[in-house]
Every structure is written in structure tokens, then in C-alpha cells.
Design a binder for this molecule. Structure first.
Ligand code: FES
Ligand code: FE
Length: 439
């Protein structure tokens, strides 16, 4: 069954601000997402610091499938489907390493770092001739673009450029990708990528930057934090809080109050705070009013973020998702600062972290319930908070990209799911380009 146009638009009702629960478990909708979303959109696949030298590679995912992210002899980054062009076997079986060639373990077809087929099993080259032309049998190669150290790929060669795809949200991506002094290429991935599976639909944590859930879902974590923070000064809570969304489906949150370094220094660790404080003046000179930001935006379809941690949601079936986290840290920071960053991230944002596991329980239950008869046939999910309040156009109102809605609001949820519906209904990129960008 193909759901298109009218059907999809009924599943996400833009007039009412409602979402049909079946989009979180229906196998037909999921199959269409693999083609219409994961085979067409730009996807985050890694960070350049993971593959600094020619031959370095890491495995990553695009949608359900594995890709090899590698640096060739020419220093270029290549993203290759980890599926042999001969008969589909996995070509690379290691998570990371250094290799300028990948030999398939089935019949020995061998590919170089650009994905080109360079060697056939001994004696077979003559037997294949004249039918097999090697240049036509390389690994499937994605289109790749880099942004401040991050690596992105798409299977769709008609997709817009990466920056056009970001639609202005890249302004908010830059500050957390710079180091504490605002230095370009100053960040690296800390350790290896953390990965775990949750029995949930991949969309449910997108977006996770709706501030309305925080004080309820994470109440116990906040209580613990308050307990051990009682003696120290607490950063002021900004009053002018906005949810910022883009017609392209990207979202973030933003304070327009000039709270300066107090927001940046909201880290619980005094050693980290001291490190950031010492560098803040330099950072402010370089970045101006966005200097305090250490929060990456969410990028449609599946790059979420918590602070400086990139969190990507890889679908593994309609009700199964693999979560991958890349923790970014200042490349030139002393080892004790990196260790302190790591401790903070693990305590809060790892799979057993105090914040992350609160969310995961809700998402898994939502997924399960979206399969139950009464929920899927009688309920619609509500995203009406602030629906009748007009969004402010960021560029004309504040000189900043994005559409602004004051908190509390479901504007970010609507921004994501309205784009999801548009992408699922569009035949090609010609129908998806945004005429009135919020940049
Ligand atoms: Fe890879 Fe045959 S499947 S060489
Ligand atoms: Fe949360």
C-alpha cells in the first residue's frame, strides 16, 4: 500500500496541529520513509577527526544500512555502501581502522578507498572478459559534503547543496563546533562513538528540544542536581526563551536575553567551568552574541543533539532504532578537561545516563502504544501548544535565521512533522525546495 499526498496529509493535520499515531509503527509508512526520506535527505555520518589520515575509515549508517566513511589517498572523504557490488556481502567488517583496499570475504572482489573495483579473484579477469567492465561495478558511492569538521552524505544527486539544505540553521551549528576560544576546526570526537538500541520508532526523539517535557520527564535528575548544587551559585534562568524552527524541518532553542557566559558556564563541573571562563572573552570577540551557544541544532531527518553531543537516530525497523552519540570536545584541551567533559556526558547523556534513560522509557512506551488497537484507531497525538500564536520571522525581527515562537510551545514539534509530511508527499526535490526561507 502506497500512502501519498492526501493520505499523508491526513496523518499530519496542519490545521489542527495533530499527528496520527500510526506513523510510529506502521510497516508500510516505514518502507516509504526509507526511500523518500533516507535515500533523499542529507544525513550526518561522522566527523573528520575520526579519519585524519589517508586510508582511515569508520563504519557508519545511512538509514538502515551500513556505510564506510573513508579518506582516500587524495585526502578526500568518501562514503560507500558497505555492500559488495558482486552479490551484496558485507565488504568491511571492522568498526574502524586503516586500509586503502577492502576485499570482500565471499569471492574476493576488492575495492579501493574511492569505492572503485580494482581487483578480481586470481584468474577470473580473463573469464569475465568482455562482459564485465570494472568501472561499472564499484561500491555505491554517496554524495559527500563537509561542514566545520562534520561529514554529511546523501544518495540523491539532485538534492540541494548542504548549506542550502540547512536553510540558515547552520548559523546555530557553528558555535558548538568551534572550541572554547571560537577556533575553527578546534573540536574532535571524544573516544569512540557510543551506540545502543531502543525499541522505538526513529522519529520520536525528533525533536527532543521541546522544553515542555524537561521539568516533568527529568524531574528526578533535576532533584539530584539541586541537591549537590545547593551550596554553589546557580546560573540565572533566561526569560526570553524561544523555540526556533525552519521550514526545512530543523529546530533549536534560543535565548535572546543577554545572559552572557553564565549560560555557557552552566556545566556542573568546576574544572570545566574554569577552563571555559578563561577563554570566553576571546570567544565572544569572535562569535559575538552567539558566543554562549554550546547547543547543536536538530537537523532533519535524524540528527538530534544534546548540547555538544551529536545524537543520530538510525532506523532499524518501524519500532527499532539504533542511537549513536558522538561527543565533541576541544581538540587542544588538557587531558583532565577532556576527562571531565567525558564524565559529564556519560552521567547525563550515555545510554545509562540520568537524563537519557528518562527519555528512552517514554519513547519506547509511545512506540508500543502506537501499535495497540484503541490508541491507533481512536487517538490522535496533540501538538497544539501555541498553534494559534503567530511565529516571528527571525531575520526581520531579531536579525537571526529561523522562525521564533516563545516558549512554551509545540512549534518545534510541528516544524519537524509538517516537514516530514511534505517530504513523504513530494515526488522529487523540485517539490521540496523552500521558496520563502527563514534565513
Ligand atoms: Fe562480494 Fe562475491 S559477494 S565478492
Ligand atoms: Fe529529554
Amino acid at each position: 500500500m502506497l500512502l501519498r499526498d492526501v493520505s499523508i496529509n491526513r496523518l499530519v493535520d496542519k490545521k489542527k496541529g495533530t499527528i496520527n499515531p500510526i506513523i510510529f509503527s506502521d510497516p508500510d509508512i516505514y518502507q516509504q520513509e526509507l526511500e523518500l526520506i533516507f535515500a533523499r535527505m542529507w544525513l550526518f555520518v561522522g566527523h573528520e577527526s575520526q579519519i585524519p589520515n589517508p586510508g582511515d575509515f569508520v563504519r557508519s549508517r545511512m538509514g538502515e544500512e551500513q556505510v564506510i566513511v573513508t579518506r582516500g589517498r587524495d585526502q578526500q572523504v568518501y562514503v560507500l555502501l558497505n555492500s559488495c557490488a558482486h552479490r551484496g556481502n558485507m565488504v568491511c567488517r571492522y568498526d574502524q581502522g586503516n586500509a586503502l583496499a577492502f576485499q570482500c570475504s565471499f569471492h574476493g572482489w576488492t575495492y579501493n578507498s574511492t569505492g572503485a573495483l580494482v581487483n578480481l579473484p586470481p584468474g577470473s579477469e580473463e573469464a569475465y572478459a568482455p562482459d564485465l567492465r570494472k568501472e561499472e561495478w564499484g561500491l555505491l558511492r554517496a554524495r559527500v559534503e563537509l561542514f566545520n569538521g562534520t561529514i554529511w552524505a546523501t544518495w540523491d544527486h539532485s538534492a540541494p547543496s548542504l548549506v542550502d539544505y540547512f536553510g540558515g540553521s547552520e548559523i546555530y551549528m557553528v558555535p558548538p563546533l568551534l572550541d572554547a576560544e571560537g577556533e575553527d576546526s578546534g573540536t574532535e570526537v571524544l573516544g569512540t562513538v557510543m551506540r545502543w538500541r531502543v525499541g522505538m520508532n526513529w522519529k520520536l526523539p525528533m525533536p527532543d528540544n521541546d522544553t515542555t517535557h524537561f521539568r516533568i520527564t527529568h524531574r528526578s535528575a533535576l532533584a539530584v542536581r539541586r541537591q549537590y548544587q545547593d551550596d554553589g551559585p546557580r546560573p540565572p534562568r533566561p526569560r526570553q526563551n524561544y523555540h526556533v524552527w525552519f521550514p526545512e524541518g530543523h529546530t533549536t532553542t534560543m535565548s535572546l536575553e543577554d545572559v552572557g557566559d553564565e549560560v555557557l558556564l552552566g556545566n556542573d563541573d568546576p574544572v570545566v567551568n574554569e577552563y571555559l571562563r578563561e577563554r570566553y572573552e576571546t570567544r565572544k570577540k569572535r562569535l559575538g552574541k552567539l558566543a554562549y551557544r554550546m547547543e547543536l541544532p536538530h537537523i532533519f531527518p535524524n540528527m538530534g543533539a544534546v548540547g555538544r553531543c551529536v545524537r543520530v537516530l538510525h532506523p532499524q525497523g518501524p519500532t527499532e532504532t539504533e542511537m549513536w552519540s558522538w561527543f565533541l570536545v576541544d581538540k587542544n584541551a588538557p587531558a583532565e578537561i577532556k576527562a571531565a567533559f567525558a564524565r559529564g556526558e556519560e552521567l547525563a547523556r550515555g545510554p545509562g545516563g540520568m537524563i537519557q534513560k528518562d527519555d528512552m522509557e517514554n519513547w519506547a512506551i509511545q512506540t508500543q502504544y502506537s501499535k495497540y488497537h484503541m490508541t491507533r484507531t481512536r487517538l490522535t497525538f496533540n501538538a497544539q501548544l501555541g498553534l494559534s500564536q503567530a511565529s516571528l520571522h527571525g531575520p526581520t525581527s531579531f536579525g537571526l535565521p529561523g522562525m521564533f515562537d516563545s516558549s512554551p510551545t509545540d512549534a518545534n514539534i510541528r516544524g519537524f512533522y509538517y516537514r516530514w509530511a511534505d517530504v513523504m508527499a513530494a515526488k522529487d526535490w523540485g517539490e521540496l525546495r523552500i521558496d520563502n526561507p527563514a534565513r
